[in-house]
Design a protein around this ligand. Structure first.
Ligand SMILES: *[C@@H]1O[C@H](CO)[C@@H](O)[C@H](O)[C@H]1NC(C)=O
Ligand SMILES: *[C@@H]1O[C@H](CO)[C@@H](O)[C@H](O)[C@H]1NC(C)=O
Ligand SMILES: *[C@@H]1O[C@H](CO)[C@@H](O)[C@H](O)[C@H]1NC(C)=O
Length: 248
């Protein structure tokens, strides 16, 4: 396996001027339609912007500033421009399911502090780079499933996501996943990794051991009378790993 990350273009985070423009727009200092009107082919209602199933090849520019839910699902979007989300400080939900994304620009989520729910399933992502979700510390749910070309998840891909509860990595092209990628996620409740072409060799041992221990701990906790029952689910999908019989 070659190290492809180092060869990827890395244009850097959005320019600070971009943020200034957003702040001025938000304050109504600049005169523009941006931030007030609904983009063509989308519907906007109560901070929900729905641009799904519109055969879009690119993301709509200039969403309402106070957008909370943005659905771009079921389009043919191939790229998200760097800094695209910089202005939408209220964004909680971003649905990019079922598009043609091969990668996301670095720093995309840098100002998405409130983003909780991110759906990137059914795309063509090939890797999850280090700090892809940098600063999006409010993320609770990330769906990366059904990215058949997804071969690599960087050990620091999910760094700092202390609130992350649900992570779906199923139906990708993963043969390996490092323990480091998951062990820094204290809030993880559901992990889905089924449907990947796992190679269960020595390199996977630390991860398998960790998973095994967690499942046992959860089983024990759910039988204890004093501890609050927490349902931890680790779903291995259609390609069960050998220790599945130990799950609750
Ligand atoms: C916003 O998105 C979430 C998650 O997809 C959904 O549960 C919720 O109903 C949406 N809110 C509205 C008002 O559509
Ligand atoms: C993806 O979107 C297309 C329309 O662009 C739709 O026909 C197809 O059923 C969708 N697939 C999934 C898996 O949702
Ligand atoms: C998905 O990405 C791979 C390379 O990572 C490429 O060979 C393939 O053609 C892409 N498929 C689509 C549908 O874009």
């Amino acid at each position: 396996m070659g190290d492809t990350w180092s060869q990827l273009p890395w244009p850097g985070p959005p320019h600070p001027a971009m943020l200034l423009v957003c702040l001025l727009l938000a304050a109504g200092v600049m005169r523009s339609d941006a931030g007030t009107s609904c983009p063509v082919l989308c519907t906007c209602h109560n901070q929900v912007v729905d641009c799904s199933s519109q055969r879009l090849f690119s993301v709509p520019p200039d969403l309402p500033m106070d957008t909370r839910n943005l659905s771009l699902a079921h389009n043919r979007i191939t790229a998200v421009p760097p800094g695209y989300l910089t202005c939408y400080m209220e964004l909680r939900v971003l649905d990019l399911r079922n598009n043609s994304l091969m990668e996301l620009p670095p720093g995309l989520f840098l100002h998405a502090k409130r983003l909780a729910h991110l759906d990137l399933s059914y795309n063509n992502l090939s890797h999850v780079p280090a700090d892809m979700f940098q600063q999006a510390h409010g993320l609770v749910h990330i769906d990366l499933s059904h990215n058949p070309w997804l071969r690599r998840v960087h050990p620091q891909a999910f760094q700092g996501l202390v609130q992350l509860r649900d992570l779906d990595l199923s139906y990708g092209g993963l043969a390996f996943l490092s323990l480091e990628a998951l062990e820094g996620l204290p809030g993880l409740v559901t992990l889905q990794i089924g449907g990947n072409p796992w190679v269960c060799g020595c390199t996977m041992e630390p991860l398998l051991k960790w998973l095994r221990n967690r499942i046992q701990r959860c089983t024990a906790a759910s039988h204890g009378r004093t501890t609050t029952p927490v349902t931890h689910t680790i779903d291995f999908g259609v390609q069960p790993l050998q220790f599945q019989e130990e799950s609750p």
